[in-house]
Design a protein. Structure first.
Length: 241
């Protein structure tokens, strides 16, 4: 089975991120292109096992894997590139792949929503069972404690949905309570995603291109990435997902 990879080079932290373009939520990191590709087979097999743990059968036959990088993208900071904002006030433009033009099918959206909610259950299960002193602990070198990370997941989903005008919420609508904030954004995702199949729409906003496929790819990546982040904070030394 061929695994088509979109490779993103991050100019801020120097890491590479490989997305399995046909399997949203499946990705791997590496310090360079070679290491990222070496890690991708394990990421795919872990992804397949995770899917099987939640379903009665596999969604794909991950046998005789053939990994191919089909697109590459190097991130850049919008303030540095276009001087649209004061230094340090812009944001990083992440990967836009030509594959992101491709319309989503109803089956892809159905699967994406399942993955999204399985991830959410995992995130909430971890957050609600950890002791308060663990989730509120401020760790050296970390921007947020675990509560802050959980709020950030919801904030990012809100921001992603605004890229394509898919929510009427404002920032003031987001609850200060982390679980309520996550619940509200999950409702917005459930409302928005079913409208995606068959649509081809690309918007350029603040120097970055967005489409329905990119939005799905980014939301599933981001939630999984921070689930792994929390696990690493609680259990240092564990392998990344």
């Amino acid at each position: 089975m061929r695994i088509r990879i979109g490779l993103e080079q991050n100019t801020e932290d120097g890491r590479f991120l490989a997305y399995a373009l046909d399997h949203p939520g499946c990705f791997a990191y590496g310090s360079d292109e070679a290491e990222t590709l070496i890690r991708m087979p394990r990421a795919v097999l872990n992804y397949d096992k995770w899917i099987r743990d939640h379903t009665r059968g596999p969604w794909a036959d991950f046998a005789d894997l053939d990994f191919r990088i089909v697109e590459r993208f190097t991130t850049f900071n919008i303030d540095e590139a276009y001087q649209l904002t004061a230094p340090g006030q812009g944001y990083q433009v992440n990967a836009w792949f030509t594959d992101d033009w491709r319309p989503l099918s109803a089956e892809e959206i159905s699967n994406a929503l399942k993955i999204y909610h399985w991830q959410r259950e995992e995130l909430l299960a971890g957050y609600t069972t950890l002791a308060p002193e663990i989730i509120e602990m401020q760790r050296p070198g970390q921007r947020w404690n675990i509560t802050g990370i959980v709020k950030h997941v919801a904030n990012a989903e809100y921001w992603y949905l605004t890229r394509l005008g898919l929510t009427d919420l404002t920032r003031s609508d987001l609850s200060a309570e982390p679980i309520d904030r996550l619940t509200l954004l999950a409702e917005e995702v459930d409302r928005a995603f079913p409208s995606f199949p068959g649509k081809v729409e690309v918007r350029g906003l603040e120097g970055e291109f967005w489409s329905y496929r990119k939005l799905v790819r980014r939301i599933l990546w981001h939630q999984r990435d921070h689930i792994s982040h929390i696990k690493q904070l609680v259990f240092p030394g564990d392998e990344e997902y």
